[in-house]
Design a protein. Structure first.
Lengths: 311, 245
């Protein structure tokens, strides 16, 4: 069964001059961990707000666990947990007070549903008398997740929960999501970290209010059409500049330790030609190989196509 | 090599809590220096001391040739600062923000006009020059914020998580701007949680529990820790943290 269904949803702002979500349809299965990947302004937050019944769509319908987001908004509010992108807990309340507050609002108690948050909350417990505003990024995020979970929601909406969070805390956070998924909770999460995209069951790459690609991370990667190469030298920035002015190159950009690039006409001959050309430019100690694309490569390619430029 | 930041045993305590614990390091002119650490490791506190915003408890620090204890105000003229949280006035337009910052940093009217035109063109924001900053996408805002942070040609620019939440394509454009600034001789001191960006730094420093636990080029750090990416180096170090974040 589908936990979330969006049917031709459109949303505009500013007297219809800004198109935030453009005729999006998708369905998310019960127990699925679904990732929304897209830049700021792509329409991710608007989708979250429509599904959490905080915003009305201009057109289209949507349901959450079979409830219509307009007619049955009350039911939805009781069965979903929402962690907005901006830290939205009460800064002047302590960790404990925030949690109690959210439990009470949802007609339950922390005690009754403690097992739901135990794993996460146990790490916060030493700081339970600290004001939420005084917590570090990683702890704020854990508290926000506890508050979103305390009423045992069926669906969890997480809007960029790990932005500004270090890699260790991010790994822990995704371990928690895996455990929640194992309990059968449906999770819709947005992120700007491409490594997190691969941890989702399915992802939607979204830009300008439209879905550009929707599949499992493995299939998104498989659909990458060009041959992708990785190259590095001791002088990476100079190398990137040399590559950018090379006419045989379709696309090139820094990708961590390497520069990733694709050729207009891939093949051994052109590979050799490129290396020859770079050597003439004075590049030495080049390492060049074919590489497997990542979700980031797929995303950058789609963004480039959208902008009408290939760089 | 000219040194633009030099600290010795720099320490900041809040009561019993040692936020920054005797850090000693140097940063060179034009260097892109990555300052990494888990949330709560002490990065922001260290950065605030170096910017003259927070008085150290003990130790020494010279920034752009100025002592942080005695002339914190003098430091501010020589540095630029940008953070993810606050950098621009959202209710001012693109042009107004540039003019405001240029004015605050003491540029002449003529310089302000030239600089505004130059920046708007360089950023490709001609059409948006009179648009309120709050209506710009985050990636553009961050590029603009960086431009105004170096509008007065500072010796050093401090960037506190400048690319948080920004999409990969924009992050790469942002790093092109960092390289350009570095080529102009501006030293870039940058924090990030995107560890692919650590690879773009000349040297990186990793803080754990207020101390510097590693400082070297990305290449040598990977070699030393016998791993093939910085994420693993970071992970090995950050796991040793005792301090709850």
């Amino acid at each position: 069964m589908s936990a979330i269904i969006l049917d031709h949803i459109t949303k505009t702002y500013n007297k219809k001059t800004v198109l935030a979500v453009d005729d999006i349809s998708l369905s998310i299965e019960t127990g699925e961990l679904f990732g929304l990947i897209g830049p700021d302004g792509a329409g991710k937050t608007t989708l979250f707000r429509i599904l959490t019944t905080l915003l009305l769509a201009d057109k289209g319908t949507a349901t959450v666990v079979g409830n219509d987001v307009v007619k049955e908004f009350h039911k939805i509010r009781g069965i979903v947990g929402y962690m907005p992108g901006r830290f939205s807990l009460y800064q002047d309340l302590t960790v404990e007070e925030n949690l109690n507050f959210f439990a009470t609002v949802f007609g339950t108690t922390v005690k009754e549903n403690y097992d739901q948050i135990k794993d996460i909350y146990s790490q916060l417990e030493p700081f339970k008398t600290r004001r939420a505003g005084k917590l570090s990024g990683g702890m704020k995020q854990k508290l926000a997740l506890c508050c979103a979970l305390i009423h045992k929601p069926e669906v969890l909406f997480l809007d960029e929960p790990t932005t500004g969070v270090d890699v260790v805390s991010r790994r822990e956070f995704w371990e928690m999501l895996k455990r929640l998924k194992a309990q059968g909770i449906t999770i819709m999460v947005s992120t700007s970290y491409m490594d997190e995209a691969t941890l989702c069951d399915r992802i939607a790459l979204i830009l300008g209010g439209k879905i550009l690609s929707l599949d499992t991370p493995a299939n998104v990667i498989k659909a990458y059409p060009e041959k992708l190469y990785a190259i590095k030298s001791p002088n990476m920035h100079g190398l990137l500049k040399d590559l950018r002015i090379n006419d045989d190159i379709l696309n090139c950009y820094a990708a961590g330790e390497y520069i990733h690039l694709s050729l207009k006409k891939p093949g051994k001959e052109n590979e050799d030609l490129l290396l020859q050309h770079l050597k003439e430019k004075g590049e030495t100690d080049l390492e060049f190989k074919e590489t497997i694309p990542t979700v980031e490569d797929c995303f950058i390619r789609l963004l480039g196509k959208q902008d009408g430029n290939s760089n | 090599m000219e040194t633009v930041i030099k600290t010795k045993d720099l320490t900041k305590r809040f009561g019993d809590f040692v936020a920054v614990d005797k850090i000693t390091f140097e940063v060179h002119k034009g260097e892109i220096f990555g300052f990494l650490g888990a949330n709560g490791a002490g990065k922001t506190t260290a950065m605030r001391m170096l910017c003259g915003l927070s008085r150290p408890t003990s130790g020494e620090a010279m920034v752009a040739g100025v002592d942080v204890y005695h002339h914190p105000e003098e430091i501010k003229k020589n540095i630029g600062y940008m953070s993810q949280k606050f950098s621009l006035y959202e209710d001012l337009t693109v042009l107004e923000n540039i003019k405001f910052y240029a004015g605050v940093y003491g540029l002449t009217d003529k310089q302000i006009k030239d600089k505004s035109d130059e920046l708007v063109e360089k950023l490709g924001l001609q059409k948006q020059a009179k648009v309120l900053v709050k209506s710009l996408p985050l990636g553009w805002r961050q590029k603009l914020a960086f431009s105004v942070a170096i509008v007065h040609q500072p010796k050093i620019v401090f960037l506190d998580e400048p690319t948080g939440g920004v999409d990969p394509s924009m992050r790469k454009q942002f790093w092109d701007m960092i390289y350009d600034a570095s080529e102009m001789g501006i030293t870039v001191f940058v924090t990030t949680h995107y560890l692919d960006e650590a690879e773009y730094c000349d040297r990186i420093c990793i803080m754990v529990d207020g101390c510097i636990k590693a400082l070297d080029t990305p290449f040598l750090l990977k070699q030393k820790f016998k791993v093939d990416n910085i994420t693993e180096v970071f992970y090995q170090l950050a796991r040793t943290a005792k301090r709850g974040d």
